[in-house]
Design a protein around this ligand. Sequence first.
Ligand SMILES: O=C(CO)[C@@H](O)[C@@H](O)COP(=O)(O)O
Length: 239
Amino acid sequence: MAAQLRLTELPGHVREAVASAREQVARLHAELPRWELVVWTAGNVSQRVPVPDGEDLFVIKPSGVSYDELSADTMVVCTLAGEKIDDGTPAALSPSSDTAAHACVYREMPQVGGVVHTHSTYATAWAARGEAIPCVLTMMADEFGGEIPVGPLAIIGDDSIGRGIVDTLRDHRSPAVLMRNHGPFTIGADARAAVKAAVMCEEVARTVHISHQLGEPLPIPDHTIDQLYDRYQNVYGQR
Ligand SMILES: O=C(CO)[C@@H](O)[C@@H](O)COP(=O)(O)O
C-alpha cells in the first residue's frame, strides 16, 4: 500500500472524483456477466481518476470478488505505479491481479481513461491461435477502425502484459488487443467506452468465427474502412 497517500487527506475535488469513479466502475462490472463476457470472476474494469496538479489515480475491482458482491465501497484506489493507497477499504483487500497491466496502460497512454480485461470465449479463441480478427464487417470498421490485433504472450506478475498492450495499441486505431494465449484487453476514453469495446470485440469475434466456418470472409477495402470509421466515431449517435 502507498501508505504516504491517504484518500481522506486528498483535496475534496479529488475525493469526489474517486467516489464517482468507484460508483461507475462498480456498476460497469455488472455488464461483464450481463453480456456473457466472463465466467466466475475472470474479468476486471478500471477507470482513471485525473488529479490536477498531481499524479492521476485509478479505481479497479478487488481481486477474485464475485460480481454480485462488488460495490462502490469495495473498489480499490491505486496510484499509477499500481500501488493501493489508503483508500478506506480493508488493508487486506487486494486489487485485481491485472492491476499492474492497467497501471502500465494509464502511465503510457494518457488519453486512456478506462481499461477492461475479459476472457470472453470467441475473442479468447482467436487469442489462443495468436490470430488477429480481420476487418471483414462494417461493425469492425466502425468500432475498431480495422483488424483487432494480437499482442505478445505475456505472463501475469509484472507489467509485461501492460507493456504488450501499450506496444500493440499505441499506434493502432483498435481499442482492443487479443493478448496471445490469454484474452482481450480493451481501452477507452472512460471505463464505459472500454466495456463497450469488450462487448463489441466478443460480438465480432463470434461472427467472424462463424463466417470462417462456412467460407472465406471478404475483406473491406482500406478506404472504405476509413470512411466507415470516421462516420461512426464522429457522426453516429446523438452529438
Ligand atoms: O486472467 C487472469 C488471471 O490469469 C485475471 O484476469 C482474472 O482471473 C481476473 O482476476 P482478478 O479477479 O481481476 O484478480
